[in-house]
Design a protein around this ligand. Sequence first.
Ligand SMILES: NC(=O)C1=CN([C@@H]2O[C@H](COP(=O)(O)OP(=O)(O)OC[C@H]3O[C@@H](n4cnc5c(N)ncnc54)[C@H](OP(=O)(O)O)[C@@H]3O)[C@@H](O)[C@H]2O)C=CC1
Ligand SMILES: Nc1nc(=O)c2c([nH]1)NC[C@@H]1CN(c3ccc(C(=O)N[C@@H](CCC(=O)O)C(=O)O)cc3)C=[N+]21
Length: 284
Amino acid sequence: MSSAIINGKEIGQEIRNAVAERVIRLKERGLTPGLAVVLVGDNQASATYVRNKQKSCEAIGMFSELIKLPEETTQEELLAQIQRLNQREDIHGILVQLPLPKHIDEDTVIATIAVEKDVDGFSPVSVGKMMLGQETFLPCTPFGVMKLLEYSGIEIAGKHAVIVGRSHIVGKPMGQLLLQKDATVTYTHSKTPDLPSFTKQADILIAAVGRANFITKEHVKEGAVVIDVGINRDDNNKLCGDVNFVEVDGIASHITPVPGGVGPMTITMLLFNTVQAAENKLAQ
Ligand SMILES: NC(=O)C1=CN([C@@H]2O[C@H](COP(=O)(O)OP(=O)(O)OC[C@H]3O[C@@H](n4cnc5c(N)ncnc54)[C@H](OP(=O)(O)O)[C@@H]3O)[C@@H](O)[C@H]2O)C=CC1
Ligand SMILES: Nc1nc(=O)c2c([nH]1)NC[C@@H]1CN(c3ccc(C(=O)N[C@@H](CCC(=O)O)C(=O)O)cc3)C=[N+]21
């Protein structure tokens, strides 16, 4: 039997409809939620994501502004741009698209974003609050995965979650959010010897590696829930995840596709966080 498909497009749309309602309420009170996306350089993949984000904002009546800066932008210039966005009344969320060109220090840039506008949840203060279980903007991709699990009725408490990957934007916060819901969490990474011996134990397996079709049937326990965060291009330049879908289909109880799985949820939670930022401002 094939695995149940967790449909991120559908679940994302359901959440977006609720977010759109909140946008209407805010507009009635004279406030249009605004997102600024800062894109430095001309990374092709980044340009595609950024377009998706803008289209999604427009679709639910939010304002979005793209600040496109040349590859040679200095760090000082970028910091000055962010400071201007921090001051602007019409901008409630700021997203600096990563990765940045090598001559710019990402940590410094992210730490400059005002915490009340940090809708990516990447700044040190946001990360610290998340670790402490305090209210804050949660990073969109792990937040989106939590929603996928919730909407699919998948139980987390007491389950063994194994994360492959420990990046600051996906793997690390993912483990933290699952831990908060009482999963037992194991982190694995490139220095983990005998990876399948760990992943085979997972009730919930999260793949955030960045390698096309890396997770195969030898990594997956019968009946596991498999969440594929990866967005890669295969040899034919086709979009694919970190999980070899064909092999794992039928072994997993549930699986997310790529495209149409985690990707649309990331954008959904960005819209969610931006509307929350706008509501927070009205509540001040
Ligand atoms: N769907 C979405 O919305 C999003 C998708 N992505 C996608 O998710 C994937 C991961 O992104 P990101 O976390 O930013 O990537 P990074 O490259 O920052 O991190 C990759 C992680 O995978 C680990 N890793 C690499 N090779 C292996 C290996 N052979 N065995 C075990 N672990 C390994 C690395 O380990 P180590 O730390 O030891 O180097 C690292 O922790 C990418 O495909 C990216 O495009 C990213 C963001 C959002
Ligand atoms: N500051 C910052 N915040 C991010 O959230 C961020 C980032 N930088 N840098 C890059 C990664 C990647 N990312 C994706 C978002 C949406 C899709 C997405 O919508 N994917 C669609 C397909 C898109 C397509 O067709 O190319 C899908 O999976 O169905 C994918 C990847 C956000 N990231």
